[in-house]
Design a protein around this ligand. Structure first.
Ligand SMILES: C[S@@+](CC[C@H](N)C(=O)[O-])C[C@H]1O[C@@H](n2cnc3c(N)ncnc32)[C@H](O)[C@@H]1O
Length: 226
């Protein structure tokens, strides 16, 4: 897989990657960073904290570490707001250093140091990246991951699109994710396909269709409340 990866520049100037085998990008071509901020930070993390400001340590589970963009944005958020976040991210195909080193996500030297720490931290172990951000990266597939029930506050579901990797969106895998979420818990994804929404509702989620980031009409937030 890594040999089939090309760096592209998206609509907001931030990089993304194109997987040429799947002909699929890691983010929206209209703006990688803008999409991650909108879907995962704004409608996932900020939403959760607005409703649960008392939360002492927010536990996030990400499907698809990829470029580390969501992890970087979350780590920066944790530092800015002095909020403790424990971030678990799984990745089936970790990127080669020669790829991630070229990515232009950091706004300054502090963020660049953070970004490098996220990428160079060991797989399959936990580490405190900063005083507020703990990271556990696991080199595995969602299919193989044993998941602890009722554990995470928020899920960043950032798999390749259903048209390209349908097995990631199968109901049995979504059920696994539902099981891993606490109640109350928040699931967010950039995808807004009808089948996904039906499956999430069947599993017991309260499904919200929200406006997507620029260039994408809709996204989904699903709430586990029971
Ligand atoms: C949409 S991209 C990742 C986006 C990532 N969050 C980012 O900001 O770069 C999807 C990611 O899922 C990974 N992936 C593919 N199959 C997987 C699987 N079965 N389990 C977990 N991750 C998988 C891909 O290698 C890729 O990094």
């Amino acid at each position: 897989m890594p040999d089939e990866i090309q760096i592209i520049t998206t609509g907001d100037g931030s990089h993304s990657l194109l997987n040429t085998a799947l002909n699929e990008t890691y983010h929206s071509v209209h703006g990688a960073k803008r999409e991650s901020v909108h879907v995962f930070i704004q409608h996932g993390l900020k939403y959760f904290l607005q409703h649960h400001p008392e939360s002492q340590a927010v536990k996030i589970f990400e499907v698809g570490f990829g470029t580390g963009l969501n992890a970087l944005l979350t780590a920066s958020f944790a530092e800015t707001y002095q909020k403790k976040i424990l971030y678990t991210s799984i990745e089936a195909f970790p990127l080669a250093e020669k790829i991630w080193r070229q990515l232009n996500y950091s706004e300054n030297a502090t963020e660049q140091t953070l970004f490098e720490k996220l990428h160079t931290s060991l797989w399959n172990s936990g580490i405190d990246i900063t005083a507020h951000f703990g990271l556990r990266k696991i080199n595995t597939t969602l299919q193989q991951l044993p998941i602890e029930g009722n554990h995470f506050d928020i899920v960043f579901f950032d798999a390749f699109a259903p048209a390209k990797q349908p097995e990631m969106w199968e109901k049995a895998l979504l059920e696994k994710v539902y099981y891993g979420l606490k109640s109350p818990g928040v699931f967010v994804t950039y995808c807004a396909k009808g089948q996904l929404k039906r499956d999430l509702r069947d599993l017991g989620f309260l499904v919200e269709t929200l406006a997507g980031p620029p260039g994408k009409k809709e996204m989904v937030r699903a709430l586990k409340n029971s």
